[in-house]
Design a protein around this ligand. Structure first.
Ligand SMILES: Cc1ncc(COP(=O)(O)O)c(C=O)c1O
Length: 460
């Protein structure tokens, strides 16, 4: 197949026609370049949810027709997600609220005494639940290459005491977009008897993911990052630890029987299987929306989607490389394989100010900050000496601590070429001519105040 036939037009997403006001009062089409935070809903997902909505009913708790239908739809959604992830026989799909919830659920379920290994470069959702659940955690230093990551894990596991072990690793960084060597890390972990949970929050929206091929033990991802923003997420994988654990939440749906004992206490028999950790009325629309997104992405074909995204990445990185004031942040070196997520800093610009100007003057939505991965961003910015603070920092800083943050641009299956082109034009203009408006910090938000003559940098 030639490249030309592989590359498709963007998938239809909601919001593609939304107009937003600029500081000037003019309106422009919104360029959503913050997919890594939350991606827009696929039109297909929205249509599926709208078609189901009149038939909405309770799940696992109703004799009526719509309850039965909704229960079937919920269970079918579980099977669709399992197929999308290419799960093994016996693996479970548990519906959660999002990746953070999935990883906290797993942290609550691992056997007592489990030692967890995580690189300090993880998103807080995959860095923090383990110690929070009272587990011993070994934090591995930020590796500067994929090979170094594998070697560091190998060395750490070789020294680890006997007992259950778990590696938590991200598939694609939410800061740099770089791909982690998941299969190699998993092989290393398994060689040392450790299990692996893959944080696929940034991977699943961009890549085909096969749990069977990667051989990870669990995988977690979020609906709202995979074009299905209806409040659900997924934890999928091996049943044994999940079935042996105390239920994540206590309540209806997780129980097989509840009986009053003669001494006045209550004896509970909990379900095994996904229901054990899904107490309460499940989010059927959220689960169905995720299944719809899984179907839509599979039918569109990851080969074509990835080829198109890689073309946008190449266009973006080539464009930024021509602007010497821009420094792209990479952990594994320039040109390392990534999904459509990229963070950068601009010399002599505070990132909040720069991002505010992209929004107020060009209608472009990006994110600035430390992206819930503070140790990683601080490592990446460690040797930066430019951090003027025209607009203050969105993250609270200690007295005397410099404000250091970055700008992140991210995109995916619904992104038209024009958004990337407009972004590059905007970065070039802001860097060479300065902002066209003055900005002021209003309650932590950078707000345009008065228009200034272009060609001189606006003052705070
Ligand atoms: C790599 C990664 N893991 C976990 C999360 C947490 O996802 P959620 O906020 O949907 O729970 C995010 C969110 O940005 C992420 O990027």
């Amino acid at each position: 197949m030639s490249l030309a036939t592989e590359i498709r037009t963007p998938l239809a997403v909601l919001g593609a026609d939304v107009q937003v006001p600029l500081a000037s009062g003019e309106k422009v089409g919104y360029a959503a370049l913050d997919y890594a935070a939350s991606s827009p809903a696929l039109q297909r997902v929205w249509d599926d949810v709208a078609a189901y909505a009149p038939y909405y009913g309770s799940v696992h708790r109703g004799a009526g027709y719509l309850s039965q239908l909704s229960t079937d739809l919920f269970e079918q959604s579980r099977r669709t997600v399992g197929e999308f992830l290419d799960l093994r026989e016996g693996d479970q799909v548990v519906f959660t609220r999002a990746t953070t919830d999935s990883l906290n659920l797993l942290a609550s379920a691992v056997p007592a005494g489990t030692r967890v290994f995580a690189f300090e470069t993880e998103h807080h959702a995959s860095l923090l639940p383990w110690a929070h659940a009272g587990l011993d955690v070994t934090y591995l230093r930020a590796p500067r290459s994929r090979a170094e990551a594998v070697a560091a894990l190998d060395a750490a596991l070789a020294e680890a005491p006997e007992g259950p072990k778990l590696l938590c690793v991200t598939g694609a960084s939410n800061v740099t977009g770089e791909l982690w060597p998941v299969a190699e890390l998993t092989a290393t972990a398994h060689r040392h008897g450790a299990r692996v949970v893959l944080d696929a929050a940034q991977l699943a929206p961009h890549h085909r993911v096969s749990v069977r091929e990667l051989d990870v033990d669990w995988i977690a991802f979020s609906g709202h990052k995979i074009y299905a923003p209806f409040g659900a997420g997924v934890l999928a994988g091996r049943a044994d630890w999940l079935d042996a654990a105390e239920p994540y939440l206590a309540g209806g749906g997780a129980t097989r029987t509840v009986a009053r004992e003669a001494d006045g206490s209550v004896a509970v028999q909990w379900h095994t299987g996904p229901a054990r950790h899904e107490a309460g009325s499940p989010n059927v629309i959220g689960a169905y929306a995720i299944a719809s997104a899984c179907r839509a992405l599979t039918e569109a074909g990851f080969d074509g989607l990835e080829a198109r995204e890689q073309q946008l990445i190449a266009r973006l990185t080539a464009g930024l490389a021509e602007i010497p004031q821009v420094k792209v942040l990479n952990l594994f070196g320039e040109g390392s394989a990534r999904v459509g997520v990229l963070s950068f800093v601009v010399r002599d610009w505070n990132s909040s100010h720069f991002s505010a100007a992209l929004s107020a003057e060009y209608g472009i939505g990006v994110r600035d900050g430390l992206f819930c991965a503070h140790p990683l961003v601080r490592t990446l910015l460690g040797d930066e000496d430019e951090a003027p603070s025209e607009c203050g920092a969105p993250e609270p800083s200690l007295p005397g601590e410099r404000s250091l943050n970055a700008i992140r641009v991210s995109f995916g299956a619904g992104t038209p070429d024009e958004h990337v082109d407009r972004f590059l034009t905007a970065v070039r203009e802001l860097v060479t001519e300065g902002a066209a408006w003055n900005y002021r910090n209003e309650g932590g938000r950078c707000v345009a105040t008065v228009q200034v003559e272009r060609g001189r940098r606006a003052e705070g």
